[in-house]
Design a protein around this ligand. Structure first.
Ligand code: SF4
Length: 62
């Protein structure tokens, strides 16, 4: 699975990090970090993260 985040849209509030903490996290500087190639078994969590992102910044490419 390939994940991208439109960082121009992202507002770093971290809803994705609550939905899929294995993939998304807010670092010590308050900025989003994420795994752009998470394991397939995390797909449901990543889809949930994409759903809850208030600015629809998360894209799952395959
Ligand atoms: S939920 Fe969306 S806007 Fe918020 S940190 Fe995650 S990607 Fe960025």
């Amino acid at each position: 699975m390939k994940v991208t985040v439109d960082l121009d849209k992202c507002q770093d509030h971290g809803q994705c990090a609550i939905a899929a903490p294995e993939v998304f996290r807010i670092n010590d500087e308050g900025r989003l970090e994420f795994d752009d190639a998470p394991a397939e078994e995390l797909r449901d969590a990543v889809e949930e993260a994409a759903d809850v992102c208030p600015v629809q910044a998360i894209l799952i490419e395959d």
